[in-house]
Design a protein around this ligand. Structure first.
Ligand SMILES: NC(=O)c1ccc[n+]([C@@H]2O[C@H](COP(=O)([O-])OP(=O)(O)OC[C@H]3O[C@@H](n4cnc5c(N)ncnc54)[C@H](O)[C@@H]3O)[C@@H](O)[C@H]2O)c1
Ligand SMILES: [Zn+2]
Ligand SMILES: [Zn+2]
Length: 366
């Protein structure tokens, strides 16, 4: 039996962004029912609304969330009702070659990026019986949802739900970009371009591993002030400074540059910021058809590297609890990443705040 209708924040190509009534069917085999307690608003939700990532079907948005398990389907062993969980948006299949190799972030068997559950279906139904699909296999801008077992990562009960929500995407991506994708070491220099929720998490990761100097670049004075609090040693206004010239003069080129915007124009500048042998890490996600060009002689001659970064090269069930422990031990100032908390009904306003770089990360509560 589907549960009674409850509101969900849905984007559809025909109607745009709307709150609609949806019902959720119970968990099937290998699935888990979750009561959502907090959901973060990430630029990857905005990419759908802005059309950067076109969708041909209605989606319940939201992919950065935490909640409580209310029921489990047959065969589920890793969580039970009452467990607090962080939702991982790239639910791995645990069967493909990449999963077998311990590279869950590269899973080729996941259906999350098709915006379906692993069986290709959806647990959401609209008021007229129409199917509504879970964005990134989750669809967390609602009160209840059903996810695959591998998307529900158990975390300690003392972890606040808002922090748990952000562990579901921005923090794990940003810190993971430093620790896993790049493997930055103490004393290496790094530049972070774009200091929203993801970029500030990169800055935090750089402080955690002892990178120095750490240069933050953004267009917003408020974001740059936040970057200082999170451990940036220098901040630059990207609209005013010639960042490449600054890096050459002050760093002799950076060991690492992290792009956390998804701007092809900014990505094209990255090799010019690097020292020989340095690496540019692409954390921001561009439009699906975006391309960029580089001077190939410079890349080859100087041994510069360009690294793609999906989900901070993280294995959710290992990295999410690890980051939760670091937070609980006082090693990551994650509380400061949270700005306003709003009711789920204000999702459109929260997306507007994200679009206009107003405030820090917004948490939505059902
Ligand atoms: N790789 C992944 O797995 C992954 C995971 C989560 C998010 N993302 C992507 O990361 C990107 C950032 O997400 P977010 O939620 O932090 O976004 P956000 O909107 O919170 O932050 C973007 C920041 O970039 C700044 N900015 C914009 N243009 C700039 C420019 N030209 N120069 C300098 N700064 C500029 C903005 O002022 C803002 O502070 C998005 O593209 C998102 O889709 C990727
Ligand atoms: Zn996200
Ligand atoms: Zn897999």
């Amino acid at each position: 039996m589907p549960t009674p209708l409850s509101p969900a924040v849905v984007f559809s190509p025909a109607d745009g962004l709307r709150t609609r009534e949806v019902s959720v069917r119970p968990a099937g085999p290998g699935e888990v029912e979750i009561e959502v307690r907090a959901a973060g608003v990430c630029h990857s939700d905005l990419h759908i609304v802005s059309g950067d990532w076109p969708t041909d079907r209605p989606l319940v948005l939201g992919h950065e969330a935490a909640g409580v398990v209310t029921a489990t389907g047959a065969g589920v062993t890793s969580v039970r009702p009452g467990d607090h969980v962080v939702l991982s948006w790239f639910a791995p299949c645990r069967r493909c070659r990449k999963c077998a190799a311990g590279q869950a972030w590269l899973c080729t068997g996941t259906k999350a990026v098709d915006n379906t559950l692993p069986d290709g279906g959806t647990a959401f139904t609209g008021a007229d019986g129409e199917r509504i699909w879970p964005y990134l296999g989750l669809g967390a801008f609602t009160g209840r949802l059903v996810v695959p077992e591998t998307a529900a990562v158990k975390v300690p009960e003392e972890l606040p739900f808002g922090i748990g929500a952000l562990l579901g995407c921005s923090i794990t991506t940003g810190v993971g970009a430093v620790v896993n994708t790049a493997g930055v070491r103490a004393g290496e220099s790094a530049v972070v371009i774009g200091t929203g929720g993801v970029g500030l998490s990169v800055v935090m990761g750089l402080r955690l591993v002892g990178a120095d100097p750490v240069v933050a670049v953004d267009l917003s004075a408020e974001r740059l002030a936040a970057a200082r609090r999170f451990g940036a040693t220098h901040t630059l206004d990207g609209a005013r400074e010639d960042v490449a010239a600054w890096c050459r003069e002050h760093l002799g080129g950076a060991d690492y540059v992290f792009e956390a915007i998804g701007s092809p124009k900014v990505v094209e500048t990255l090799p010019g910021l690097l020292t020989s042998g340095g690496a540019a890490v692409l954390v921001g996600m561009a439009a699906t058809d975006a391309t960029a060009s580089f001077n190939l002689f410079d890349l080859a001659d100087q041994g510069k590297r360009i690294l793609g970064c999906n989900y901070g090269s993280s294995v959710g069930e290992i990295d999410i609890p690890k980051l939760a422990r670091l937070y609980l031990a006082g090693r990551l100032p994650l509380d400061e990443l949270i700005g306003r908390t709003r009711p789920m009904s204000e999702a459109a306003d929260a997306l507007d705040d994200l679009r206009t770089n107003t405030g820090m990360r917004t948490i939505l509560e059902p």
